[in-house]
Design a protein around this ligand. Structure first.
Ligand code: HEC
Ligand code: HEC
Length: 289
């Protein structure tokens, strides 16, 4: 028993990135704005019901986000130094977004899709931070998550990370076109499409042997469709057609693109430059059944 506890303690300990691992980088807020849309940060960090005067597009935090383990109130991402992230170091920001570790050293739930963001270029994550720094600061105090047995759950996430968190950086596929690779990066890194579209194994880790094959919705209700064989199955004519669906959504007569969180994803993706949306279409069209 004592040995078991010691092992639990050692294995579940947070493993943050160190300052030496941060790349030297001059942040580019314009690139950060694009990736912030691709990553959909705004959808989960919306202003709470007590912030009626705050523009809905500002990630002031506090709106409830329900998960099967409890309800979270994803925090204020504006540069307010007291209640936002204005006073955070770059290292603290990168560790939260790419390793799921809070500045206080606690494990964050993977509802914040750091399992996908871990594959991003850290330079791109620093650019997102630079974009966030351009937003108006809003005061929006942190709200405690409604998480039963929070301490144990958070240490338990540390154990889960051994199997559920793969921190390998995204790699280009040299045999593919530049735009296919751009699409692959956007889908597998910031876009975190796998978090819903890839089924999970017994340990709730993404089952990469069945990447994008669809499955039960991770938030607990309904099913997520497969993104494999979208052309062969006649869902879309070609890569361009997939891109139009992502660009315009259901107003252009496409279906299966609005519910279960997909509507928000579609709106975020529609803000990307057309070349990037086409790149996502090209990548998805290549996923065979
Ligand atoms: C699908 C929903 C979702 C998306 C998308 C999302 N977050 Fe979050 N985020 C959360 C949740 C839930 C938490 C709270 C996690 C916890 O307390 O364990 C959180 C927490 C955080 C934290 C706080 C960590 C702390 O210690 O207080 C930061 C910083 C953060 N997110 C930044 C981002 C950024 C930047 C993006 C976009 C690149 C993003 N999030 C996208 C749901 C999301
Ligand atoms: C929050 C979970 C979630 C995330 C994240 C997500 N999707 Fe979806 N997606 C869904 C659901 C649920 C549906 C089905 C929606 C419906 O039936 O209205 C869907 C449907 C789709 C469809 C239509 C499939 C068909 O058969 O026509 C495409 C294409 C798609 N998603 C692409 C993406 C891409 C690309 C990303 C990443 C940028 C992504 N999704 C991220 C949940 C998600």
């Amino acid at each position: 028993m004592a040995l078991g506890l010691a092992a639990f303690w050692a294995l579940s300990e947070p493993r943050p990135l160190t300052a030496a691992e941060l790349p030297a980088h001059t942040p580019d807020a314009a690139n950060g704005k694009l990736l912030y849309s691709a990553a959909g940060c705004r959808s989960c960090h919306q202003p709470g019901p007590d912030l009626k005067d705050v523009d809905r597009s500002i990630p002031a935090g506090g709106a409830p986000f329900k998960t099967p383990v409890g309800t979270f109130y994803p925090r204020n991402l504006t540069p307010d130094p007291e209640t936002g992230i204005g006073a955070w170091s770059d290292l603290a920001f990168v560790n939260a977004v790419q390793r799921g570790i809070s500045p206080g050293g606690a494990h964050l739930v993977p509802a914040l899709p750091y399992t996908s963001y871990a594959h991003m270029r850290t330079e791109d994550v620093l650019d997102i931070r630079a974009h966030l720094a351009t937003l108006p600061p809003v005061s929006s105090p942190e709200r405690e998550a409604d998480l039963p047995a929070a301490f144990l759950t958070r240490r338990g996430i540390g154990l889960w990370k051994w199997i559920g968190l793969d921190t390998t950086p995204w790699q280009p596929e040299p045999s593919q076109t530049d735009s296919w690779n751009r699409g692959s990066y956007l889908v597998n890194g910031p876009g975190h499409c796998a978090e819903c579209h890839t089924p999970r194994n017994l340990f709730m880790a993404l089952d990469t042997s069945r990447a994008f094959a669809g499955g039960p919705h991770p938030e607990g209700e309904g099913r997520v469709p497969s993104l494999r064989g979208l052309i062969e199955r006649g869902r879309y004519k070609d890569a361009k057609d997939i891109a139009s669906a992502l660009q315009y959504g259901e107003i252009m007569g496409y279906d299966k693109i609005s519910s279960g969180g997909m509507g928000q994803v579609q709106r975020n993706i529609s803000e990307l430059p057309e070349a990037d949306i086409l790149a996502i279409g090209e990548y998805l069209a290549s996923l065979k059944q």
